[in-house]
Ligand binder design. Structure first.
Ligand SMILES: Nc1ncnc2c1ncn2[C@@H]1O[C@H](COP(=O)(O)OP(=O)(O)O)[C@@H](O)[C@H]1O
Ligand SMILES: [Mg+2]
Length: 308
């Protein structure tokens, strides 16, 4: 698709996940870029009537600028498949897998990637902290959330229950993971290849919601300060993580990289933030791809993924 073939693009944004506000910002940046490039593009705020809105707008392709539940988990991708509207990014299965940290970890392990030791706890399960096989500190997180919502670092057993209750607010399945002390490194993937790796140095204890979205709360270092061989290793691990889940096109893969040179994969974000201050656009810019070009390359790769 090009700006001259007069197809109409819907930028799907907003939605009703915990990351609605972030998505509205991603959507606004993408829409501005597309219009600036001469595309016929409209913003569509996603709610339960999204199918009706898509029909009313008569769009020919969708740029998905949603994050979190219903947008990043395969739900909207399934709707677009049914409606035969090509869309950006990963398909139904990869999106659903990436959104579920438990299934994603199993796929990463099967692909030989390094993951933090973990244990799954389901809501209502009788849980005995004495049965732990790894020591404190640990990280407690909901299986299906993003933006560090519901994530906490627990230093001692007495704090565990409160952290678990908090994570259970967001999901009925949670993970308790070994705390990994390492550099926070994220790999940007475009057209299924690693573009570069950025290092994040949060001003707080970890890369929590505030550190992610408040200016000045996290330092970004591009390229990540890693020895050349380790930098190369994390790029390859990023591509493997992307492939292990069957992702299409682009993603941002989060790692913790230790001083021993281990690259612990945390997750693959199939719809990473797309404001012009977000990490994937920053990584892209570092390899000479400006925001407008990034958006254009993503929309020109929009396809259906089922039964191709
Ligand atoms: N096992 C871990 N050890 C240390 N820090 C972690 C661990 N898991 C998560 N974190 C911290 O929490 C942040 C969010 O975790 P992540 O698994 O990426 O979930 P989210 O989908 O919310 O981004 C990470 O960027 C990191 O700062
Ligand atoms: Mg993350």
């Amino acid at each position: 698709m090009t700006s001259s073939d007069n197809k109409k693009i819907g930028v799907l944004m907003g939605g009703f996940s915990a990351e609605r506000e972030v998505s509205l910002k991603s959507g606004a940046a993408v829409l501005k870029a597309l219009v600036g490039l001469g595309y016929n593009a409209v913003g569509i705020d996603v709610d339960r009537n999204v199918a009706t809105k898509i029909v009313a707008e008569g769009i020919n392709a969708a740029f998905i600028a949603l994050h979190g539940r219903y947008g990043e988990d395969g739900a909207i991708q399934g709707l677009l498949e049914l409606m035969a509207i090509p869309y950006t990014g990963s398909g139904v299965l990869a999106s659903a897998l990436a959104m579920n940290k438990i299934f994603a970890k199993q796929a990463f392990q099967a692909a030989g990637l390094t993951v933090a030791p973990y244990r799954v706890v389901c809501r209502g399960e009788v849980f005995d902290a004495k049965t732990f096989t790894f020591p404190f500190p640990v990280v407690v997180k909901p299986s299906q959330e993003g933006s560090s919502v519901g994530v906490s670092i627990v230093r001692q057993e007495s704090e565990l229950e409160a952290a678990m209750q908090d994570a259970f607010k967001y999901d009925r399945e949670i993970l308790i993971e070994q705390f990994i002390k390492g550099a926070e490194v994220q790999v940007g993937i475009l057209e299924d290849k690693a573009l570069g790796a950025i290092e994040i140095v949060p001003k707080k204890e970890f890369y929590d919601f505030e550190a992610k979205y408040s200016p000045g709360m996290a330092e970004h270092i591009l390229p990540a300060r890693l020895p050349a061989d380790l930098y190369e290793k994390v790029l390859r691990a990023g591509e493997e993580g992307h492939r292990a889940l069957g992702c299409s096109g682009y993603s941002r893969v989060d790692f913790l990289v230790t001083t021993e040179g281990l690259c612990y994969i945390l997750e693959v974000n199939t719809l990473p933030g797309m404001t012009d201050l977000s990490l994937l656009p920053e990584i892209a810019r570092g390899s000479g791809i400006e925001f407008g070009e990034l958006v254009e390359r993503l929309i020109s790769a929009a396809t259906l993924k089922i039964a191709q």
